[in-house]
Design a protein around this ligand. Sequence first.
Ligand code: NAP
Ligand code: SF4
Length: 677
Amino acid sequence: MAHTHYPNIFTPLDLGHVSLPNRIMMGSMHTGLEERGDFNRIAEYFAERARGGVGLMVTGGMAPNEEGGVLPGAAGLFSPEDIANHRIVTDRVHEAGGRIAMQILHAGRYAYSPKCVAPSPVKSPISPFPPKELDPDGIEKQIADIATSAARAREAGYDGVEIMGSEGYFLNQFLVTHTNKREDEWGGAYENRMRLPVEVVARVREAVGPDFIIIYRLSMIDLVPNGSTWEEVVQLAKAVEAAGASIINTGIGWHEARVPTIATSVPRRAFADVTQRMMGEVSIPLITSNRINTPEVAEAVLAEGCADMVSMARPFLADAEFVGKAKAGRSAEIAPCIACNQACLDHTFEMKVSSCLVNPRACHETELRYEPAAEARKIAVVGAGPAGLSAALVAAERGHAVTLFDSAEMLGGQLNMAKRVPGKEEFFGLVDYFARMVEEQGVDLRLGTRVSAEDLEGFDEVIVATGVLPRDPRIPGQDGPNVVNYIDVLRGGAEVGQRVAIIGAGGIGFDVAEFLAHQGESPTEDLDLWRKEWGVTTPWTERAGLVPEGPMPEAPAREITLLQRKAQKLGKGLGKTTGWIHRASLKMKNVKMVGGVNYEEIGPQGLKISTGEGREDPRWLEVDTVVLCAGQVPERSLADALEAGGRSPHVIGGADVAAELDAKRAIDQGARLAARL
Ligand code: NAP
Ligand code: SF4
């Protein structure tokens, strides 16, 4: 039996009126589709995942009313038309054999709106709008609106609702004194502060009847000063159960917390022991969450009794068939979510529709389709980096005969550099996945093979994905023995001295700084070390899981200065949801960040810089090694040679445009090209 690979995952979960086929839930994620009104597209997005075999899915957050919306115009079930539209989604999911719950999200003071409301008028650090304090009638209105929203979800065909009670949103804001300064029955003692969430669950249950799933997402570790104590968390869980919840899901950290909770540098299953501690305190099932991205990790978490069910959100963007492939014993063929946030959360913050770095079809199911090719052709792909791999795999999936060349002995291109950076270990899994799929799709892989234009004459189509070359920054003295580039460091293990200047603070400059600042085990691979680094502990040891002394990072391995010519904050171009983590992490390693410089020369004593357009204040930075990370330029020699010979190659990835290149753009471009050929 195939499912014996993961016996715990594939044990059904009995909820009384319904039995879920397995222990994996696709957690809630805002994708940006919610507000676009294309319900066919939303339906396909969820239906594809339902066909993939997941036990239960949860939608992105739906606002219960105008004031509770994350943004003005946030989606919700406000009219009969909304209900009919959501029916399109639930019907399609049910036809596909799935189940779906609607998340009800009241943002409270996190709403990016002048209409936002909260228990007390305490502005949040992540929204510019001070919230209006609710009076008792206003509170009653919020409860009634949430209950109405749940009743409408039932009418729209949902199998349940998830009440968002964590992450620092509205219900969470009542629980702690930092945001709830009320002196009436909704504030003061903890019994009063928890009245709102408990009342909400009771009223939702009243509104939906007994045979309907209510998931309550409960913040089990707030990670903010003055957050809930563990005793309070347990007390709330028991009260939520008594009020009628069917399942409790685990929320980790308020959005304003200064601790990363889902980024790729967070160790896998870093918070599963928090849910485990709750096991036995209530009798309804518990779901655990955060940084669980493979069937192996999910199975281990369940086998160890950390939870009754596992929630994964982003992994279902990366691969809609996650559960089905696990069940069939094909877990090596699951496209892994590398927790980069680049195409999902970062897009949400930029008001763009989500996608996925490793799966450009995510949320684009109706538009980007890999249909069988009308005519199978011989296709050469040159370059087995992200762009070339993506093109090769999609072309092969569509039935073309694909030969993939790379001069290196290993496929993966620049992914092989990324994986060596502490905190980016997930890239190992991505390279392994690509290797597995190249085999699976029957791509003819020719590693260690540098091809010329002549070698490619027998192919119907040539895709050039030859990548990039390091940009030459033309600094006097850069040929000295104390100068290396990022490739020497990340690939070649070049000797780097104790005092280092890094020229260029793009994605690679930051990566090199991280690589050189660490010694020994990566905190991502060692939970205790990671906790120390971020000042985190278990919530039963310290209130809200924060160590009073704060972060205690390991001493830096080197003295590092990171430089750029632009006179702006370093790391401005990094991902919206992860840039702050990279900056904080380097700050903890005492990395000096200097912008607005000119590079005058490099000598045996180090790097001479000056400041600003007037080249003022020339001075030597006394360093042992200078590392060049000055960006990249397209490697177009093969493309040029092909064009000179009258061919018309398809040029993708860094070979096409190197500026601001990342794996997301490379993979997307490769897939879209191959979908058309
Ligand atoms: P980049 O992001 O374009 O950064 C290049 C850096 O070099 C900039 O700091 C730039 O700053 C500097 N520079 C440009 N021309 C220069 C010159 N002539 N002399 C000296 N300095 C110069 O490129 P990258 O760091 O090579 O990274 C490549 C891409 O890989 C990134 O764009 C990124 O998308 C991707 N990547 C992403 C991540 C991630 O975490 N998401 C990590 C690694 C790589 P000034 O011009 O101000 O000096
Ligand atoms: Fe995961 Fe990155 Fe894809 Fe988001 S974009 S789902 S974090 S791999």
